[in-house]
Design a protein around this ligand. Sequence first.
Ligand code: FAD
Ligand code: NAI
Length: 469
Amino acid sequence: MSDQSFDVVVIGAGPGGYVAAIRAAQLGLKTACVEKRETLGGTCLNIGCIPSKALLHASELYDHTKHGLENFGVKVSDVKLDLKAMMKQKDETVASLTQGIAFLFKKNKVEHVAGTGTITAKNTVEVALNDGGKKTLKAKNIIIATGSDSTPLDGVKVDEKKIVSSTGALALAKVPKHLVVIGGGYIGLEMGSVWRRLGADVTVVEFLDRITPGLDQEVGKNFARVLKKQGFEIKTSTKVVEAKSTKTGVTVVVEPAKGGDREEIKCDVVLLSIGRFPYTEALGLDKAGVELDERGRVKVDHNFQTSVPGIWAIGDVIEGPMLAHKAEDEGVACAENIAGEVGQVNHDVIPAVVYTMPEVASVGKTEEELKEAGVDYKAGKFPFTANARAKANGNTEGFVKILADARTDRVLGVHIIGSDAGNMIAEAALGMEFGATAEDIALTCHAHPTEAEAMKEAALAVHGRPIHI
Ligand code: FAD
Ligand code: NAI
């Protein structure tokens, strides 16, 4: 047993924790980061954002090469899938990025402690080291950045082979003939897209009456239509009662959400993706007196301090969207607050992207939220069918929608479905951070020909004067 003292001990090395640790060290604070996983980077780098995006890109290349090139006068034949090589490229990407975090820790003099951390007193983290033994870390400040885990479902026992969470879905040894996805959210639709492109039939079972329930409904409806056109079967208002593993595959028993006749769906793999819950296991929070909210999230104030002074929390383990960039920004702000600076995150402007094809991206309020809040707004819409670059690229699916305050013209929300939506949303987020009006966007010169011109046209449409429709 050995003791060490730090200004800051971060528990968890995901995008929240590792970024907080680096920022704290940059600010001159003696910092350690405790991580129980073998590699750094948390859910995002190891089993989340990065491997899923690697497979989304690779599967899109395969699908496009097989089905999308002829229109462009490119003839190919004998296109074959080498799933092992695809998985290898994904694993190598993950390995190089997680090693990159280890390099950044060294560069910034963040001490990496490999083990499971427990808060045993206000200023003490005890670590059960991965290679045996214990270490006690004394800390003036502790940052909880332990992230989240997949939500379980009664009657659906994950074995990560036939009944998988996102982690198993990122590493299937062969393409399933039929994949049933439980939950029509981010993971279900992204991983469903990967396996559909590689040849699987995909059925999505969603409890609510629509997929991606948090999205602007007009975008959500369009998204569902596009996915169905791609071959997705989507069963909304449907409840999964049970998933039974059989010799040959899995039988999923479903019934209408409101009750009614049951139906059996036979498939070979089931993906359970009904959300994620904040992960606080083994942390000793009750002993430390750290309060949780009604949904098990660590309660924090606007500076990311918990109910115990000197103990802070960021990322998936606290309130807000479970997104890597939100965790990162909170990590920076939290470290700055600890150092006596003023660190804040504008939670009203957190972009979100579903990396399907087309992509779906949004920032700010949806039309439904504005209606509910009684805000008088104007909407401007522009379809990609009227955008020159989208047309040349054969990516005409979708539109940009801008919602602006009817009185002040200030942009309140931007919602995009389109092939480049994930990149395009950055302009909207930047504009909103600067308090942009729709007119500001409309008056900004956009390069031609780019899909971003659809943003300018949607802004013009807020005032009823788009040029190209
Ligand atoms: P995490 O990344 O979950 O990291 C927490 C870390 O803490 C883990 O490494 C864990 O091992 C460690 N830990 C927990 N308890 C202890 C303990 N007691 N001691 C030591 N270590 C501990 N978000 C996006 O923005 N874009 C995407 O494209 C995207 N894709 C995703 C795809 C998938 C399949 C999944 C599952 C998630 C995806 N996300 C995406 C969400 C994103 O991964 C999370 O929002 C993000 O990782 C949260 O960061 P975090 O630092 O709060 O927690
Ligand atoms: P999700 O919250 O995005 O979607 C879950 C879906 O499951 C919802 O539509 C919900 O209505 C439905 N559902 C809930 N209970 C159900 C039940 N019993 N039966 C059927 N459907 C049910 O959660 P998901 O997809 O698991 O992803 C978790 C989180 O990870 C996301 O919310 C997001 O924060 C993050 N993520 C982000 C990505 C990105 O930024 N591109 C990609 C993947 C994950």
